[in-house]
Ligand binder design. Structure first.
Ligand code: CTP
Length: 392
């Protein structure tokens, strides 16, 4: 049999299968409409509206406030947000090595306050079969992605199928931050730590923190009740990660309201050196605010606990992000809290710091540099053609 005939036959079969799938999906929708006697869209007549389920997938490597803002907007497209986290092998195959492993990435997504559920180990390629599984098994109503072009390895639109069946929603990508950008900052931090001369990168797009962004990230967080036991956790919270999630989760167990002091850039620099912090205090505060265990942040908090700070915020317990005593000019930064019997040292469950993440990147430096060079080209192309997309 000639090869061209075989190819034609395969293409024909694939086409017929895709049609059958779409017909089945349409039949299911029509049946749903017929049975939906109370018109609430849930396919029954019990008067209760079925929650609109939204799905977003991604790598979420070195989870940052851009990812959190994507999840926030996705959640606003429905009532329930499911997030698919791509596995390590797929990221390695399609993008290059991830900085954080699948468990760390899934834990970071799970800790985000707009996420209702995580599906681990999803494929990088959003195949029609996988999309059908999302619709049928998980009851997904819409697939959501940022407005940056997302292409399958063959160059086609990765979300063509949900777009064709009217189940795709687009949200605005957060400008000025990406995993590529953070990996670049970590590469520079790692190189400086090794004593190399490093030039600052010139960037076209920089993240601008607006008051409405901070308000969006605060979301529905209520202020503390009059008699609330306020737990004050303070530290740098640089390159927000699962170690931070764990300390905030532990802090929540010690009281009713978790107030997080995100140290001022100058204080972090004074303690850790001129190459720190990797993210500025506004970026670090957004990372913390997106976490479900934080109720409020002090942006640019003083590193040294004072009686005035404890009184102003009615603090009952102080927890520090660092294990080692934090000394400022030879004095323990938590001395005032300790003297008042308010200080608790929460042991760190994981060894995580901006430097340890930078060390991971430096261990695989050539691969990350190559990946970043590639990604920076596509990011530059994106910024060159970008048009305004309204946020949800
Ligand atoms: N996203 C976003 N804003 C950013 C970065 C990511 O809105 N600054 C969105 C993406 O559009 C996608 C989701 O977050 O819908 C998950 O992104 P991810 O798969 O982690 O990859 P990238 O889009 O490549 O993000 P990054 O460059 O940060 O790796």
């Amino acid at each position: 049999m000639p090869a061209s005939f075989l190819l034609g036959l395969c293409a024909g079969l694939a086409f017929a299968r895709a049609h059958a799938r779409r017909d089945a999906a349409k039949r299911r929708n029509d049946e749903n409409d017929e049975n939906d006697r109370d018109g609430d869209g849930d396919g029954d007549g019990d008067g209760e509206r079925r929650p609109v389920v939204v799905y977003m997938d991604g790598c979420f490597d070195t989870m940052h406030y851009g990812h959190a803002n994507a999840l926030r907007q996705a959640r606003a497209c429905g009532d329930k947000l499911l997030v698919g986290v791509v596995n390590d092998e797929e990221i390695l195959r399609c993008k290059g090595p991830p900085v954080c492993d699948a468990r760390e990435r899934a834990d970071a997504v799970r800790a985000c306050k707009w996420v209702d559920g995580v599906i681990e180990d999803v494929p990088y390629e959003v195949t029609d079969a996988f999309t059908d599984e999302l619709f049928a098994k998980y009851g997904v109503d819409f697939v959501v992605h940022g407005d940056d072009p997302c292409l399958a390895p063959d160059g086609s639109d990765a979300y063509a199928y949900p777009k064709r069946v009217g189940k795709y929603r687009e949200i605005k990508r957060t400008e000025g931050v990406s995993t590529t950008d953070i990996v670049g900052r970590l590469l520079r931090l790692g190189a400086r730590a090794m004593g190399e001369e490093v030039e600052e990168e010139e960037k076209e797009a920089t993240f601008c923190t607006t008051s409405s962004r901070v308000a969006q990230f605060l979301g529905n967080n209520a202020p503390p009740a009059e008699d609330a036991r306020v737990v004050y956790v303070h530290g740098a919270f640089d390159v927000f990660n699962t170690g931070h999630v764990e300390i905030l989760r532990e802090a929540q167990k010690l009281g009713d309201f978790v107030l997080v002091g995100v140290h001022a850039d100058a204080d972090v620099r004074a303690r850790r050196g001129a190459a720190h912090p990797v993210l500025n205090e506004k970026e670090r505060a957004l990372g913390v605010l997106a976490c479900r265990y934080a109720d409020e942040v002090v942006i640019g908090a003083p590193a040294k606990i004072t009686n005035d700070l404890l009184t102003t915020f009615n603090v009952s317990v102080v927890v520090a992000e660092d294990e080692d005593p934090y000394e400022i000019a030879g004095e323990d930064a938590n001395a005032v809290a300790a003297a008042r019997g308010l200080y608790r040292r929460v042991p760190r469950a994981r060894e995580w710091s901006a430097l340890s993440v930078a060390a991971r990147v430096m261990e695989n430096r050539a691969a990350f540099e190559a990946r970043n060079a590639r990604k920076m080209k596509s990011e530059a192309a994106y910024y060159a053609q970008k048009t305004h997309v309204k946020e949800s």
